[in-house]
Design a protein around this ligand. Structure first.
Ligand SMILES: NC(=O)c1ccc[n+]([C@@H]2O[C@H](COP(=O)([O-])OP(=O)(O)OC[C@H]3O[C@@H](n4cnc5c(N)ncnc54)[C@H](OP(=O)(O)O)[C@@H]3O)[C@@H](O)[C@H]2O)c1
Length: 328
């Protein structure tokens, strides 16, 4: 089988497409023929020696995958079932989705039902799931569509683009914050009501209230500015660090405006996963999902990861494994 396998390179790791024997694949009760797997920022860091993501080497990359059960010792799954898997250590401490086959415990899987195909599920992947989780969190904490928009940073990235589209689909106004010049037309088509650059945001510890909440994929100084411009009782959900891991802020947004900073981590219980996936198949499903992603082959993974780390990628990229290519 072919796999994007990451080997140790000093303290980090570097991936390459290799032929590997099935015997070497990590154990699990369900063997899945992967049709599509996403490329996430974390995958790019892991595959291109960007950060110490992988916990043991060698390890197949890919923190999400969707495909069809090939063999199962788990009574809940039978050959032919469509499934999706993300997190739970795949691509980090267990062989991941960027491979022809994935073998995991049945407890890590979610069954896929119409209207979600394996391609649509991989298109959503961790990026869509995290965006949906953040939208769900804002709603749970009382953010509602109104006069002020919700701000989304890293807006042209996977998480950011899904956040823009999901919020717009729920009737929110959306301010897309993007560092890419020229992304305005694309972001407006996704549903953004206005677009600005991180450099356009005020540097003051507390600035004019511009939004009622936010979804932050960037972190660092972008997050600090989002907090400073958040309206009274607003909520900023952070899940990313593309612009930096350090957060330099003041207490002013918290004590003078009652702003909440809420952390998003996508490695949730199966109960939460089922609920969020049901929302993604329902009220949070982006329009035209089947055509959302740029689809590449295994051989194109490394340049796609490099574009992501160079902040040259737009939207979501998925890899079509040979099984998907054969079924087209
Ligand atoms: N906590 C979790 O469980 C979880 C889950 C999923 C993702 N994440 C994190 O969320 C972030 C986004 O993931 P993704 O897969 O959507 O990545 P992605 O597709 O690469 O998107 C990241 C976006 O961030 C912006 N960006 C990149 N470098 C930047 C910089 N130096 N300054 C400002 N903005 C910059 C870019 O958007 P613009 O050019 O439009 O600004 C880029 O498209 C990553 O940090 C990822 O690790 C966390």
């Amino acid at each position: 089988m072919k796999a994007f396998r990451i080997e140790a390179e000093g303290k980090l790791g570097r991936g390459a497409v290799v032929d590997m024997p099935l015997d070497a694949l990590d154990p699990g009760s369900v063997l899945i023929r992967v049709h599509y797997a996403g490329i996430n920022y974390k995958d790019a860091l892991a595959g291109l020696a960007g950060a110490p993501i992988v916990r043991r080497y060698p390890c197949n990359g890919g923190i999400d995958a969707a495909g069809v059960v090939e063999a199962s010792e788990d009574p809940r799954y039978a050959p032919g079932d469509r499934v999706v898997c993300h997190g739970r250590g795949i691509g980090v401490s267990h062989d991941g989705g960027l491979a022809e086959l994935l073998r995991v415990p049945g407890d890590w899987l979610l069954p896929l039902a119409a209207p979600l195909s394996p391609k649509a599920a991989a298109t959503l992947g961790v990026a869509g799931y995290s965006a949906a989780l953040a939208v769900d969190r804002l709603q749970a904490l009382g953010v509602k569509p109104g006069e002020l928009p919700v701000a989304v940073s890293g807006a042209t990235g996977g998480v950011g683009a899904f956040s823009v589209a999901m919020l717009a689909g729920l009737g929110f106004k959306v301010t897309a914050i993007s560092s890419k010049p020229g992304a305005e037309t694309w972001l407006t088509a996704l549903g953004a009501t206005d677009v600005c650059a991180p450099g356009d945001l005020d540097d003051k510890p507390l600035s004019r209230a511009r939004w009622c909440g936010g979804i932050d994929a960037a972190g660092g100084p972008v997050l600090a500015k989002m907090l400073a411009a958040c309206d009274k009782d607003g909520v900023i959900a952070n899940m990313g660090n593309a612009a930096g891991v350090e957060l330099e802020t003041t207490v002013l947004p918290f004590i003078l405006r009652g702003v909440t900073l809420s952390g998003i981590n996508a490695d949730n219980s199966m109960e939460t996963r089922r609920r969020i996936w049901a929302r993604m198949a329902g009220d949070l499903m982006p329009v035209g999902l089947d055509d959302w992603a740029t689809t590449i082959t295994l051989d194109e993974i490394l340049p796609a990861m490099q574009r992501m780390l160079d902040n040259q990628a737009t939207g979501r990229t998925i890899v079509a494994l040979p099984a998907a290519v054969a079924s087209i």
